[in-house]
Ligand binder design. Structure first.
Ligand code: PLP
Length: 397
């Protein structure tokens, strides 16, 4: 048989999904495993949203919607974006697709010709690199270390630009670092993007999960020109505990929105109709549940950060948003634990899972091989048990 495509050969399975699958398998086998792998809220979807979707089904809303999404949902997206980001859009600027992930995939599909370069700040969420490659683009990675709070500078951006650069991929608040670019930092990056006529793909999926009274600013809100050249990616998965509903959206100029809508029409036709009705309720209904979950995440962030930083040999910066802690293993790399040399986070994560039954995500696939990611969208009890085991694992090694 002839081989699969060269592109397919180059795509790697998502490491975050792989760890989560392993953790769920161990759990199903009855093992006492603690998981920090998941990238989803542990809360159920608020009842008002579930009820709206059930009602939609009962009312017979079971047919296809337009490929770009329900008009009611596009309007709800515009209302919420105006309220949250002070950004004004029309329904013609909105595309609804199956989660932020699918929106990102289609965004890169319509932006990239083979060989076009996308500037990708690292540490990055594992899927960006693969998606850019799947869309025949070339990821150009800029590394931003802990010393710069995991955020790139305009000088780094400028230095990475070539005649093939098509866009900058931004993610603030970031998965995995939890860092947020300030308005001033965004303005400095934006100036470079405008001067080099770059698109900006701005993934703002964690925009409402921010702590210490901080605010997440959309780079698109910094000027009309920026709004034109930015594709804002967002969705209901993280904010409303709706990961399984697969509803996300893009806000972009009408030309891009139309091109993206064409892609949807020939691939998925549109996301599930009842899920779109649930998302209308999520965005338009009372937002108290969002604040309740945000407060819970902030409390857990405080707990996990203080506990990690009390364990000798590891440390982490305080995340400003999202629900992940990036834990530095720098002091452990090159050491031998339980007879195994720790060359990178992969070695550490598999040894820790094997010996202590705690699942963490190695950040090797996030271009940060000296770090693990611990998701704290989980209970205080899980956080305490996991860090107790981590401390014992390191102490007894
Ligand atoms: N963008 C980032 C940065 C994420 O961390 C995730 C999920 O982990 C997504 C997008 C995907 O979100 P969705 O569930 O809406 O596809």
């Amino acid at each position: 048989m002839k081989p699969v495509s060269a592109m397919a050969k180059n795509v790697h399975a998502s490491t975050t999904m792989a760890i989560d699958t392993m953790y769920k398998k161990m759990k199903a086998e009855g093992m006492d495993v603690v998981g920090f792998g998941a990238g989803e809220p542990d809360f159920p979807t608020p009842a008002r949203i579930v009820e709206a979707a059930v009602k939609a089904l009962q009312d017979g809303k079971t047919k296809y919607t337009p490929a770009s999404g329900l008009m009611e949902l596009k309007e709800a997206v515009c209302e919420r974006t105006l309220a949250d980001c002070q950004l004004s859009y029309q329904p013609s600027n909105v595309l609804i697709a199956s989660g932020a992930k699918h929106n990102l995939f289609i965004a890169f599909s319509v932006l990239l010709d083979p060989g076009d370069e996308v500037i990708l700040p690292a540490p990055y969420w594992v899927s960006y690199e693969e998606m850019i490659r799947m869309c025949h683009g070339v990821p150009v990675v800029i590394h931003a270390g802990e010393d710069q709070n995991f955020k790139i500078t305009p000088e780094q951006l400028e230095a990475a630009i070539t005649p093939r650069t098509k866009c900058l991929s931004l993610n603030s608040p970031s998965n995995p670092t939890g860092m947020i670019y300030t308005a001033e930092e965004l303005a400095a990056l934006a100036e470079v993007c405008i001067r080099h006529d770059l698109y900006i793909v701005s993934d703002e999926i964690y925009g409402r999960l921010v702590y210490d009274g901080k605010k997440s600013v959309s780079i698109a809100s910094l000027g009309k020109d920026l709004q034109e050249r930015t594709l804002v990616i967002n969705g209901v998965s993280k904010t409303y505990a709706m990961t399984g509903w697969r509803i996300g959206y893009t806000l972009a100029n009408p030309e891009l929105t139309k091109a993206m809508s064409c892609f949807v029409s020939h691939s998925t036709s549109a996301p599930a109709t009842f899920a779109q009705w649930g998302a209308v309720e999520a965005l338009r209904g009372p937002q108290d549940d969002v604040e309740r979950m945000r407060q819970a995440f902030e409390h857990r962030r405080d707990l996990i950060v203080s506990r990690i930083n009390a364990v000798p040999g590891i440390s982490c910066l305080k995340p400003e948003g999202a629900f992940y802690a990036m834990v530095s293993l720098r002091q452990l790399i090159g050491k031998t634990l339980y007879g195994t040399e720790i060359r990178n986070a992969d070695d550490f994560a598999s040894l820790f899972l094997d010996r202590s039954h705690v699942a963490v995500v190695p950040c090797t696939g996030f271009a940060a091989p000296e770090y693990i990611r611990m998701g704290y969208a989980t209970s205080d009890e899980t956080i305490n048990t996991g860090i107790d085991r981590l401390a014992a694992f390191l102490q007894n090694a």
